[in-house]
Design a protein around this ligand. Structure first.
Ligand SMILES: *Cc1c(COP(=O)(O)O)cnc(C)c1O
Ligand SMILES: [Zn+2]
Length: 399
């Protein structure tokens, strides 16, 4: 297990000791990154390669979480698919899809949820709360059921019904908010302060990044301890992007990989606060978000600084894609690779197309696109591309 030697605020640069690195920055409320120390014995990638179970628990040595290996069954350990058909259609020679739709609640959020729940247990908390566009809440609801914890979630009432149904089915306490995700976030934080619940909300819990960074560990290991050239990441709050970067950075510092991939942030045109800030080389400013990709519809990214740092330090770039391009990408993924992605997840594939057409991505580059959430979560988003099925009564109705 890794030990925590301190925390670092990515907004104001304040460095704190391990005890102070619990939620957000005490000075500016910015997101904190945990600074870890790995023991010599842990710094051996061959030991990891020998672990038979392929789930996020195999990286216990690189996370500061007791009990991770025992609790991680079925979480993470998702396939890295070789996307030959899609690669051919796009003109990419070496395209891989990291299919994180195959987590217990069908999104990458399960990686963060497991680490937050373990941290909550370690601190003696029974109740964990989160604000969510839908997936973080569905994930918290599902894993809390398994781990005997109580989940309280705040989500926009406009969240896709399937996500709300997941939350209700797992028995979480769901508070619907007559407003957007940002409004739900502020309400949840106020409730957390008032009732003393443990917060899972992105930007308010540094353990989210610890869990999510395992997606980078897996990609590197699945490529036989090699970093890809590019990783495309859908970006709302910026937590997945920042965490993916942390994962690759740690492997690089340990000497397990020789390079760090260029990270590409893909945002919806109608929700692009991170890409705006990157392009104009300024701080993150709120936008009024509007996109069908609900999981990346965010006015003010809570992990925006983390995301900006990931783009800049990895020499990556940011891209905007339209809702039409996202729907087209969902269709390509579904029809060419049999992968059913929700709109936010397909945004990375729309980003690949853009990057190629703008000559930002060399066709021979080893490229990974994160597929972060399942299409069944918002299954009618693709309806404009369907052919209406024919009603059949008798065999003579067939052509
Ligand atoms: C949460 C989420 C994202 C965006 O992640 P951020 O950390 O908010 O940038 C992308 N896709 C899916 C499916 C998600 O659930
Ligand atoms: Zn700060």
């Amino acid at each position: 297990m890794a030990s925590i030697c301190g925390g670092h605020c990515l907004r104001c640069d304040f460095r704190m000791n391990a005890e102070a690195a619990q939620s957000a920055c005490p000075l500016c409320d910015g997101g904190i990154e945990l600074l870890l120390k790995f023991s010599d014995q842990d710094s051996d990638r061959d030991r990891v390669s020998c672990i038979p179970d392929f789930n996020m628990g195999r990286y216990s040595a690189l996370l500061p979480l007791p009990g991770l290996a025992e609790a991680a069954c079925g979480i993470g350990g998702t396939p890295l698919l070789e996307a030959r058909n899609l690669g051919k259609a796009l003109g990419l020679e070496r395209l891989r899809l990291k299919d994180d739709t195959r987590n217990p609640s069908a999104s990458l959020k399960d990686r963060a949820t497991l680490s937050v729940l373990l941290a909550a247990k370690e601190r003696g908390h029974k109740t964990v709360a989160t604000a969510s566009t839908g997936n973080a809440a569905a994930s918290l609801a599902a894993l809390s059921a398994r781990m005997d914890m109580e989940a309280i979630v705040f989500a926009p009432k406009t969240a896709p019904p399937a996500k709300l149904n997941q939350i209700k089915s797992h028995g979480a306490r769901l508070y619907l908010v007559d407003g957007d995700y940002d409004y739900a976030y502020d309400l949840c934080q106020a409730a957390v302060r008032k009732f003393g619940w443990y917060s899972r909300s992105t930007g308010n819990n540094p353990y989210c990044a610890e869990g999510k960074k395992t997606v980078a560990f897996e990609i590197a290991e699945q490529l036989l301890w090699k970093a890809p050239d590019y990783v495309f990441v859908p970006t709302g709050d910026g937590s997945i992007l920042g965490s993916t970067h942390k994962g690759f950075r740690e492997l690089h510092e340990l000497g397990w990989i020789d390079s760090i991939p260029r990270l590409v942030s893909v945002q919806a045109e109608g929700s692009c606060a991170v890409v705006d800030a990157w392009e104009m080389n300024r701080n993150i400013l709120a936008v009024r978000s509007e996109t069908l990709a609900d999981s990346i519809a965010v006015d003010y990214p809570r992990d925006g600084e983390r995301a900006l740092r990931a783009i800049k330090e990895s020499d990556g770039f940011g891209l905007r894609v339209s809702d039409d391009e996202i729907v087209e990408a969902m269709s390509l993924l579904a029809r060419l690779e049999g992968v059913f992605a929700e709109p936010a997840a397909a945004a990375t594939v729309a980003g690949l197309k853009r990057a190629l057409s703008e000559e930002l991505l060399p066709p021979e580059a080893l490229t990974v696109a994160l597929i972060t959430g399942h299409g069944l979560k918002d299954s009618s988003a693709l309806s404009s591309k369907w052919e209406e099925p024919k009603l059949v009564e008798k065999i003579g109705d067939l052509p």
